[in-house]
Ligand binder design. Structure first.
Ligand code: 5GP
Length: 183
């Protein structure tokens, strides 16, 4: 759906469908260059990263494998719980594999720090992170994020996989949710 379908729910549109695709294409080109001669295993973090994964993967001009993990993060509110739990683990053995974690958004970085140390303990050849969006607080993280689509202000955003109470994931753009929707 488009912004017109959720009229009044967005304060502003941060990125249009076209802007998102352009940036993902650039990131895919950069990743391809960095991983020349190496097999890539993309690990998507459910459910938010579904759209990023689908579009990023299709921008590659080479084979990539894909697997998924589901971990608990926000529930249905707008604040990070800090509690991380594996809801669905990988089906792939990542020993000696080059793992690229694909994320929708990094806010506090709590979820990702936990995920990276969990994956690292499994003996991969490498673990890097690609995220479409990053908020300012994430800059204080100890984990380095190699590929960032866009840095955004500290606001609650929805669309392109990102939900509020499981809604707005199928919005084509990314926008800032109006406070009246969640207050
Ligand atoms: P962190 O642990 O980095 O604080 O939170 C990461 C997760 O929180 C993301 O994967 C995403 O599910 C959720 N999240 C963080 N910021 C936002 C936001 O602005 N909008 C939505 N819809 N989810 C967010």
């Amino acid at each position: 759906m488009d912004e017109a379908d959720v009229e009044g729910d967005l304060v502003s549109i941060l990125f249009t469908e076209e802007q998102i695709q352009t940036r993902l294409e650039e990131l895919a080109a950069e990743i391809e260059k960095d991983y020349q001669g190496k097999e890539i295993l993309l690990v998507g973090v459910l459910r938010g990263a579904v759209m990023v994964m689908a579009d990023l993967a299709r921008h590659f001009g080479r084979h990539v494998e894909m697997d998924w993990m589901a971990i608990s993060s926000y529930g249905s509110g707008t604040k990070s719980s800090g509690v991380v739990r594996i809801l669905k683990d990988l089906d792939t053995d990542i020993t000696n594999r080059h793992v690229l974690v694909v994320e929708d958004i990094i806010d506090t970085g709590l979820t990702l720090s936990w995920l990276v140390s969990n994956l690292t303990s499994r003996g991969p050849a490498s673990v890097e992170i690609c995220t479409l969006l990053r908020k300012p607080d994430a800059l204080q993280m100890t984990v380095e994020v190699r590929y960032v689509g866009y840095d955004i202000p500290n606001e609650f955003v929805v669309g392109y996989g990102l939900d509020y109470a499981e809604r707005y994931r199928n919005l084509r753009c990314v926008g800032t949710l109006a406070p009246h929707v969640y207050s």
